[in-house]
Design a protein around this ligand. Structure first.
Ligand SMILES: Cc1cc2nc3c(=O)[nH]c(=O)nc-3n(C[C@H](O)[C@H](O)[C@H](O)COP(=O)(O)O)c2cc1C
Length: 275
């Protein structure tokens, strides 16, 4: 079996930073260099690789050479402008986001933190506009069929979903998916330690990455509730595994609008707590 930990002894300066930053304490200094003493308990967080000042440590097939130095990070002012300038995009161009751009965004967003570094999200994307259009049409047709048979499962939103299907039929208006060419669905493994939190962290990172790359996005509670309450049979057809719980939906696409400025909501309402 290949060793998960590889130390370049010529580069290792024996500083022990990797050992002291290891949360599960699976590294120990042996003969002046780190050794992995309990590989099964390793969280695979790669903190040891990230902290090594001399780039001597590789683990689980990840090497310092494929990492980027932490230089040229966005400044607070550019990051806060991105946060304040991010908008829910509800007008999209009909074409696909170029596949390399989508890949870049998805690859970066996959680095969002997950509790206990479980990394057990399921992410599915309708990444072809034609496929998204077929999906969209079937969603509305199925709601219409259910409504005609009086078989829409009762929920506080059911009337809205039936009305959306009518709007689609009569005017081609897409109230659920806002005409987006892509739709991203996220689930998390039912056994993931932070099952309910991980997906929202992931989508928050993904949204900012997308908008920094000129790609529009919109959290889509309407599509989430529609699939969850009215069309749960669509989830396995979309590829969502039985082992995962369905978490949320985000729309993506090239925007057909351009926002000119940030939105300023004023100072944060934060309660200062003294103990
Ligand atoms: C959890 C969540 C669910 C949302 N669901 C929808 C939705 O189904 N359809 C929609 O058009 N916008 C949806 N939005 C967008 C909000 O309406 C939007 O964030 C809010 O109006 C503020 O606008 P902004 O995002 O441009 O700042 C959702 C936002 C969040 C955070």
């Amino acid at each position: 079996m290949t060793q998960p930990l590889a130390i370049d002894r010529e580069r290792c300066i024996g500083c022990g930073l990797c050992v002291s930053d290891c949360l599960p304490r699976v590294l120990q200094m042996r003969d002046g260099a780190p050794a992995l003493i309990n590989a099964d308990a390793c969280m695979r967080c790669l903190h040891c690789l990230a902290i090594c000042p001399s780039g001597a440590l590789s683990i689980h097939g990840r090497t310092p050479e494929e990492s980027a130095p932490l230089e040229d990070l966005p400044s607070f002012s550019s990051l806060s402008r991105l946060v304040k300038g991010r908008r829910s995009v509800r007008q999209y161009r009909p074409e696909n986001v170029p596949a390399p751009v989508l890949k870049e965004i998805l690859d970066a967003a996959a680095h969002a933190p997950t509790g206990v570094n479980a990394r057990r999200l399921w992410v599915g994307i309708l990444d072809d506009a034609a496929s998204m259009n077929a999906f969209r049409a079937e969603v509305y047709e199925t709601i219409s069929d259910l409504a005609a048979r009086n078989a829409v499962p009762p929920s506080p939103r059911s009337t809205f979903f039936v009305r959306s299907a009518q709007l689609w039929k009569e005017k081609g208006e897409d109230a659920l998916f806002r005409g987006a060419p892509h739709c991203l669905l996220v689930g998390n493994h039912k056994d993931a330690p932070c099952r309910d939190q991980d997906p929202f962290i992931y989508l928050s990172y993904l949204e900012l990455l997308a908008q920094s790359r000129g790609v529009g996005s919109c959290w889509c509670g309407l599509a989430y509730w529609c699939l969850k309450l009215v069309l749960p049979d669509f989830l396995p057809r979309l590829g969502m595994p039985e082992s995962h719980s369905f978490s949320y939906v985000m729309l993506l696409g090239m925007p057909a609008v351009r926002y000119a400025r940030t939105v300023e909501h004023g100072p944060a309402l934060v309660n200062s707590i003294r103990w």
